[in-house]
Ligand binder design. Structure first.
Ligand code: ACM
Ligand code: ZN
Length: 632
């Protein structure tokens, strides 16, 4: 049993024995704390603080007034009223900046004390107070997440003492707004949702082959042409390219004012926005707008999700000095709009075939004594680093920027596993870990036949079990980690939330909580409470963790057998081979199954006790056989 839960268990026993009575969720009181990410230390005691109309939010520094207002904005919808705010200290909800620095709390930590008649959130910084407020909000009944008045709820917060701080400084989520455009309101909602789980970086993937999404006043065609494409649905990479004369009506972009508004919104939630302009590859939208900075000047249409890689050009010409003049203009505006010290320049998956044939690129390689196109890319990244440095910004790139030689002060985002992150850290560079197998939120999160179509697999447990610090590297160089939501198969915000939660919650705990405080079963228990909270908030999430995992395995007796399992414990799996829908009196799975003669399908369902929890899965036996690992 997890230590915290054990302490809590003892305390609950004491709650019951001290006569406070059994608490029940339906009356709006919570029977246990379910905080994500798990705090560093937490002790509960008997009793509750009850938020009432007369409760006052007190703050001891003017700097904290926006946070008092933030707290009010988060609870007033469900309460139906706003709490008074005051600078004086009295019994109520006290937000206190410490006068002396408490080393144990660091930059972002907080201490939260809830007594039956008073609450104190204390921290060295406003960031810490913000995270204390987020914890406090999670201690209120789930109905608090509703935007409409919830009558007859006792707004109890259990008495407790919590001290907490993050493990990593970089706790990020990335959203790709190029493959599909998300409105500024949706982006703000995403930022609000990640901040609730104490994440503090929003990596905004603003440009790619399928759309340029940010106004650049000095290069207006980037959005006039680059933000719009022909409208398509259907499987990504199998779509029909734009037809001749077809209107380009699908897309969108953010104006400077939109960006300023989102940056301010993020700042109020202590979220740093790191903009990404993906170059020199992934640049089809750029070169459709300005063909003169490509090698061949031939690409006319923005990609709609049709196959093009290696066929149509999507890289910038590195031999042309105009390319760097345009990049200077772009990054001048980016640097002014985003206060972050970082700018992400992409650098990933650059197709270099057109460079090999381009006279200007060949001349550049000759003049600069570059042996191959990897070194040409490295030349590009190093030159770009100088441009960013001239604007007081630091360069981040995907791990391909290691190829051909890393720019001197670059930070590396390791996505093709951890190996390139390790290599960069060993060379003394800062690293953000975001390997596909644990952090790619665009991948399947459960049995593919019952999920919207995508590719590969990253289960909730893969995200939860992620350890960002590999052995043998200086842990100070691992700034933290990040979940990435690429949006090829994410055409709307409802689905973006489905792909993000609960895996984003798992990553939030990986990046915030101590390794010792992580516990899978306990996390799942908390996730289930947060599903209820998300329901009240109208936030979408995936219940894929309840679905069965189906694995065909080779067997000597019968050729192959079917192994069934679940990601979480305490579920029963029922199945049929007779083409009827299984229920909880169907055969219950115990051991790997041999397929009965002539069976064409297996149907599977999961229950917890007498409640069906997973989706029904139907798989054809011949399809299932194809999932057997290839024999060498
Ligand atoms: C990437 O997934 N191409 C960074
Ligand atoms: Zn070229």
């Amino acid at each position: 049993m997890c230590k915290l839960r054990f302490v809590f268990y003892l305390l609950m026993v004491s709650v019951i024995f001290t006569g406070c009575g059994k608490l029940s969720q339906t009356e709006g009181e919570i029977t246990e704390l379910a905080i994500i990410p798990q705090p560093e230390t937490m002790t509960l005691s008997a009793g509750n603080f009850t938020v009432k109309k007369r409760t006052v939010i007190c703050y001891n520094s003017k700097e904290l007034l926006p946070l008092a207002n933030f707290l009010n904005s988060k609870i007033s919808g469900a309460l139906g009223f706003k709490l008074k705010t005051a600078t004086s200290s009295r019994n109520g909800i006290n937000l206190n900046l410490r006068k002396e620095w408490d080393e144990s709390l660091g930059d972002e930590g907080y201490k939260l004390t809830v007594l039956y008649n008073n609450i104190v959130v204390e921290a060295n910084s406003a960031n810490g107070i913000f995270y204390g407020i987020q914890t406090l909000l999670q201690m209120l009944p789930p109905q608090i997440k509703s935007k409409t008045i919830q009558p007859n709820i006792k707004w109890n917060i259990p008495c407790a003492e919590i001290t907490d701080k993050p493990r990593f400084a970089w706790r990020g989520l990335m959203l790709d707004v190029s493959r599909h455009f998300f409105t500024k309101e949706e982006v703000k909602a995403y930022i609000d949702q990640l901040a609730e789980y104490k994440m503090n970086v929003f990596h905004w993937h603003l440009t790619d082959d399928q759309g340029w999404r940010i106004e650049i006043k000095s290069l207006p065609k980037l959005t006039e042409k680059g933000a719009w494409r022909a409208r398509r649905v259907g499987d990504w990479w199998s779509r029909e390219p734009r037809r001749k004369g077809e209107p380009v009506t699908y897309g969108g972009f953010y104006t400077h004012n939109d960006i300023k508004e989102v940056v301010q919104y993020a700042k109020e939630r202590f979220v740093e926005i790191v903009p990404e302009i993906d170059v020199p590859g992934h640049s089809m939208a750029t070169i459709v707008a300005y063909p003169e900075i490509s090698c061949t000047h031939t690409v006319k249409d923005i990609n709609v999700g049709n196959k093009f890689y290696t066929i149509d050009e999507n890289s910038l010409c590195v031999g042309n000095d105009t390319t760097f003049e345009y990049l200077d203009k772009i990054f001048t505006e980016i640097a002014e709009l985003f206060p972050s010290k970082y700018i992400h320049i992409g650098g990933d998956e650059c197709y270099k075939g057109f460079w090999k044939k381009c006279p200007k690129c060949k001349k550049r390689m000759h003049d600069e004594h570059l042996k191959n196109t990897k070194e040409l890319q490295s030349y590009f990244v190093k030159r770009l680093e100088k441009i960013l440095q001239s604007k007081n910004k630091k360069l981040i790139g995907w791990d391909e920027i290691l190829e051909g030689g890393l720019a001197p002060d670059a930070t590396v985002m390791s996505w093709r596993g951890m190996k390139n992150g390790i290599k960069a850290a060993k060379a003394g560079h800062n690293v953000i870990m975001t390997p596909t197998s644990n952090c790619y939120l665009d991948l399947y999160q459960g049995e593919p036949s019952v999920e919207p179509q995508t590719y590969s697999m990253c289960r909730l447990s893969n995200s939860y079990n992620f350890e960002p610090v590999p052995e043998g590297v200086d842990k100070k160089l691992i700034l933290g980690g990040q979940g990435n939501l690429w949006s090829e198969a994410v055409p709307n915000f409802w689905h973006a939330q489905y792909m993000t939660w609960p895996r984003g919650w798992a990553l939030a705990e990986v990046f915030w909580s101590t390794k010792e405080n992580k516990n899978w079963d306990d996390f799942i228990h908390r996730v289930e409470t947060h599903f209820i909270r998300a329901d009240y908030a109208g936030i979408n999430y995936a219940r894929s963790m309840y679905n069965a995992i189906i694995t065909p395995v080779y067997s000597n007796e019968s050729g192959f057998k079917i192994k069934l399992s679940t990601e979480i414990k305490d579920l029963d799996i029922y199945y049929t081979f007779d083409n009827t829908n299984p229920y909880n009196s169907s055969p219950r799975y115990e051991n790997p199954l041999s397929v009965p003669l002539n069976a064409t399908r297996i149907k599977i369902i999961t229950y917890r006790g007498d409640k069906r929890v997973g989706k029904q899965i139907t798989l054809r036996i011949d399809e299932l056989k194809k999932r057997l690992p290839k024999r060498s």
